[in-house]
Each structure stands twice: as C-alpha cells, then as structure tokens.
Design a protein around this ligand. Sequence first.
Ligand code: MN
Length: 290
Amino acid sequence: MNIKPIELIAAPREAHFVGDGFRVHNFIPSGYHLDMQRMDPFIMLDYNSKFHFPPTDTPKGVGVHPHRGFETVTIAYEGSVAHHDSSGGGGIIGQGDVQWMTAASGVLHKEYHEEEFSKNGGIFQMVQLWVNLPAKDKMSTPKYQAIEHGSIPTVEVQNGIVEVIAGEYQSTKGRASTFSPVHMLNVKLDPNGYGEFAYPAHYNTALLVIEGEIIVNHEQQVATDHLVLFENNGEDFTIQATNNATVLVISGEPLNEPIAAHGPFVMNTKQELIDAFNDFNNGKFGKLDD
Ligand code: MN
C-alpha cells in the first residue's frame, strides 16, 4: 500500500439556506483551501446535513434558475426532491436516488421538496455537487440521468457495500456516464465494516461522512458531517466504521483548465460568462414556469 495521507479534516461551516428548502453547509468552494481549482473537477459541494422540515402545504425549495458549463449531481439520503427543467425533463429524487443533470449549454430548472414529503414533513438530508465540464463539452446538449437507487451497482466489502454511482470500484462500473474521469461512491458500512480504495495521486480526492463515525487510514477518527481532503500523494486509503456509517467518496482527474465562474455559470473565460448572461437574458435557455 502506498498511503494517501489526509491533508485536511473540515468541520461543517455554519449552515445557510439555498432558497427556503435547502439548509446547507458549503464545503467547496468557499473555504478550507477547497476552492474550485483545489478539488477540480468538483467545483461546488453543498451538504444539507440532517434537518427536520415541519409539514407544509407549500413545498419549499429553489425557484427557476439557470445553469451553464457544468453538471449538477444531487444525491438524496433522506427526504425527496421534485425537479423540473426547461428541456421538459423532470422527476422525483427520492431516498437513495441520484440525479445527474448535465446543464452544458444551458438549462433552466427548479428544485422543490416533493409534495408528499412537504405535506408530512420530515428529516431531509442531501448532497449537491457541481462537476465541471471540459472546455470542449461546455456547450454540448443538456441531458439528464435519473439514477434510481435500485439501479446503482454495488460491490461487497467487509461488513458493508459500496454503491458505484460513477467511475468504478474494483472493476464494477458506475451507473452515471461522465465527460472526464470521475469516481463517486456511497460506502455503507456496518460496525467494523472496512473498505480499501485507490486513486491516482494526481486525482483530487475527498470523502464526506454522511452517517456514523469512521477511522481513515487506520489512525484518524472522523466524525459525522466532516469532510476529509486527501493530499495529492500516494494512492491508497482505507475506511473503517466504528458504527453504522455512510460515506460519500469523490475522486476525479483535474481538468486543469481556466475557470471563470459567476453564480450559476462556470465557463473558461470572462467573455464566455458575458455570453452566458446575454443568452440567459435573451431567453436562449428556454422557458420554465415558476
Ligand atoms: Mn440548480
């Protein structure tokens, strides 16, 4: 084993609301050295840690807004979200499901708590990641991968399983198709569950403890809702669960391209950002009713 050392363990920052439906801790890009370049191609990670929403007849969420130049990946751990976009796509992302939306040349979408969940209220827990697109793919056609929990390939490990959302784990290929090498796993371990992972040293690699408590590399205890950033050194790391644990593992080959980002647009140059605003203002992202 050539151990990949821990560079940083990040506690969740103070939560803020996105719209009125997502109470998130931002891990990327607003602090902890985790700017858009450091975790390239992962340019944003918002984590709605377990939060109880009371029952309501008016679903909470985020109204119509655009995206261009990247992909949004939503992983539901508890609760469910209804999604609609300007290409006519939409669906419900329920517990265990993943939505992989390629905004690419541009979509409008809205994200609200699903109606039944809203009526009953309950615990909500979700991750939204933004995965950057290579320059050559930024203006490609938008698409939408609805990945139901039951369709995600799994690999057995010691006292646990690994769900392969994207990339691969021990030669099992993930469900999502990606534009650059990206690995995304949900590692679900029983007490004393154990898994070994390996990614090239130059890949940017992190994990987020969604549930339970773990020991990384046989020595470092990491608590719930904390993120571990690995150094760009060594390939291998291990995760051991001290109780029932769920861990999101992400690793990707950096695109190493310039990033010009503003709000919902992530491009390579300032001019492309200006074009994005103009296209949006001129209705070129399509139509979607509030
Ligand atoms: Mn969005």
